[in-house]
Design a protein around this ligand. Structure first.
Ligand code: CA
Length: 224
């Protein structure tokens, strides 16, 4: 899961980023509205964690930037003010959740996961299709009741493919999703190629279908 944390307090920013990274999320940072606007215009995120009191304005302004996006990320608002107005405005603009400061890191993570599931997976912890079962909490994929031996990145790639099934995913977008912004290097493209090759092999060895097709010159597509 790729997250943008919009937060100007360095202490909070560092601890949240580290905690999320330790829990298998890619977390990018923006410390001002201006910086955040650039990021959301240039990159795609699954989720945004949004502080409201930023040095150059109210965090809610970011919703204006998001209006033009094809896909709106999940949004969790953080606010020290704990004001009902902020909460109502945020939720009316389309925020998915609201967490008053101070908050505990495990609680933030639980909400991040819950918003992500609600937005992308209809709130389910398990996805089942054909003979395949994806267990989001355990980070396990099984085919015909046999658990595949996947690395963390392979699991992430497959889940990302599933969520974007039927769409062509470019190597750039896969690299960004797996390693964060500024990651479109040839090294990363080689890794993607390897991950996909391994995934295809592991799925086919377990008796699964060939779900991942190559779209020449563009990227890959997950077909159900
Ligand atoms: Ca702030």
């Amino acid at each position: 899961m790729k997250i943008l944390l919009i937060e100007d307090e360095p202490g909070i920013s560092e601890s949240v980023t580290k905690f999320l990274a330790d829990n298998d999320c890619i977390c990018e940072n923006a410390s001002s509205l201006k910086n955040a606007s650039e990021k959301v215009n240039d990159y795609e995120y699954d989720l945004i964690i949004l502080d409201l009191m930023l040095p150059d304005g109210n965090g809610l302004e970011i919703f204006k930037e998001l209006k033009n996006k094809k896909e709106i990320p999940g949004i969790i608002i953080l606010s020290a003010k704990n004001s009902i107005d902020d909460k109502i405005n945020g939720l009316e603009l389309g925020a998915d959740d609201y967490l008053p400061k101070p908050f505990s890191l495990p609680e933030l993570l639980a909400r991040v996961r819950s918003v992500y599931r609600r937005k992308n997976l209809s709130g389910n912890n398990k996805i089942v299709f054909d003979d395949v079962e994806i267990d989001i909490n355990r980070k396990e994929i099984s085919i015909k009741n046999r658990i595949l031996d996947l690395t963390q990145k392979e699991f992430d790639v497959l889940l990302y493919f599933y969520i974007n099934r039927g769409k062509v995913l470019t190597k750039d977008s896969i690299a960004e999703h797996l390693w964060g912004d500024y990651s479109s290097s040839n090294d990363h493209f080689d890794f993607i190629y390897q991950h996909i090759k391994n995934l295809r092999k592991k799925i086919s060895e377990a008796g699964g279908k060939n779900y991942i097709s190559t779209v020449y010159g563009l990227g890959y597509k997950f077909n159900l």
